[in-house]
Design a binder for this molecule. Structure first.
Ligand SMILES: *Cc1c(COP(=O)(O)O)cnc(C)c1O
Length: 383
């Protein structure tokens, strides 16, 4: 199975077993492979797990975010704030509505936007903010909500990487606002590709379920159950953002192991944290005491005054058979934004883009593999 990564510590390995394979095979044999009963079951499991009333599955987190924005009334001419320090997918969801992303600076320790950096980014046309819980660590939501409420801004949570993370003892996705998760293999649990909106807003659920399936008033499954007597109507134009039952079947198995997966990653992070406590050049992830981090990735910052730069460390790690990654590039550096954002600077985001990197972390990673990563990193930092 791992022949692709022989003698190599990969950045991640999807944690899939015979149970997932059997679950997909069962769906294939059932005669209903597209969106159907398995998707409904998976939605209910995720809503229960995060503590939300409802969940709407989609084919990716990007489409979940697009639907969350659109069902929040975001449209052309609006501005939506998004951290500069995030992946293009978050900004893409804003573009899909016709609105304009407005970038915000982050906090140096948490890598997240704060009440202050949000307030500093607000424009006359700001209608919403994509609250990205970056790399699995929750934003300090209470002060952020105070600012959002003061300015009448809607908050949509991008919890793509943060499934299982907690803020003040509550799981993200269950804080009462629309929250979006990703089930890409780089995230906490996987369906290969997939996304989910969790929300307590019944109206949003109804609208999002129609929009994900071409805008039709009834689903294929409802029509099937009614033996063809129901006819769908279109009250709006929509998309094809449907998750398949084959993907949901994988998700259902993964959900049964969600606690185990989350714990495995937390234990691996704790093992790295302990090892790096005696390596002053390596700053491990910071976790405020009222939060629980979901370690979809383990991100370090190099604090060595540039003695050996991050790209050199990455190259040396690769030479030792350890796959790492540069962390996140500032969005305003991307060619697409260069014209509109020329001359704008986000010093913290820019510094972190140059000094941070991801180390391998995934359920099933062995302690011997972690030791190899730690030893290789310490060696790679030597001048
Ligand atoms: C991965 C990721 C996304 C995109 O998720 P997809 O399921 O690939 O659409 C969005 N936001 C953040 C912060 C992510 O890490």
């Amino acid at each position: 199975m791992n022949s692709l990564f022989k003698d190599q510590v990969p950045l991640m390995r999807p944690w899939l077993g015979e149970e997932e394979i059997e679950a997909v095979a069962e769906v294939m044999r059932s005669g209903w492979i597209s969106q159907g009963p398995k998707v409904i079951e998976f939605e209910e499991m995720v809503a229960d797990f995060v503590g939300a009333k409802y969940a709407v599955a989609t084919n990716a987190c990007t489409s979940s975010m697009h639907l969350a924005l659109r069902t929040s009334g975001i449209k052309r001419g609006d501005d939506v704030i998004v951290p500069d320090f995030t992946c293009m997918a978050t900004a893409n969801a804003i573009h899909h509505t016709g609105a304009t992303p407005i970038f915000a600076e982050i906090d140096r320790d948490t890598y997240n936007i704060t009440a202050e950096t949000l307030e500093a980014a607000i424009t006359e046309n700001t209608r919403a903010v994509m609250a990205v819980h970056q790399i699995g660590l929750p934003i300090d939501m209470d002060p952020l909500m105070d600012v959002a409420n003061k300015h009448g801004i809607k908050v949509i949570e991008d919890a793509a990487t943060a499934f299982g993370a907690e803020y003040k003892g509550k799981r993200l996705g269950g804080l009462g606002r629309p929250s979006c998760f990703s089930f890409h293999p780089r995230k906490m649990i996987t369906t290969a590709e997939g996304g989910m909106i969790t929300t307590d807003d019944e109206g949003m659920v109804k609208e999002a379920k129609a929009l994900r399936a071409t805008g039709a008033s009834i689903s294929d499954l409802e029509r099937h159950k009614a033996k063809g007597v129901l006819v769908q109507e279109y009250h709006d134009f929509g998309y094809n953002y449907r998750m398949t039952d084959m993907q949901a079947a994988i998700g259902i198995v993964q959900m049964a192991r969600a606690d185990e997966i989350i714990q495995a990653r937390a234990d691996q992070a704790a093992y790295y944290d302990a090892a790096f406590a005696s390596v002053p050049e390596v700053v491990p992830p910071y976790v405020p005491s009222n939060m629980k981090h979901a370690y979809s990735s383990y991100k370090i910052r190099l604090d060595n005054g540039g003695a050996v730069d991050r790209d050199t460390v990455l190259r040396r790690m690769a030479e030792r058979g350890i796959s790492c990654r540069t962390a996140i590039q500032p969005l305003h550096w991307e060619p697409y934004y260069q014209k509109d954002w020329a001359g704008v600077s986000f010093p913290i985001t820019e510094e972190l883009a140059k000094t941070t990197m991801f180390l391998p972390i995934f359920p099933g990673m062995t302690q011997a593999e972690q030791d190899r990563v730690i030893e290789s990193l310490v060696a790679s930092l030597k001048q």
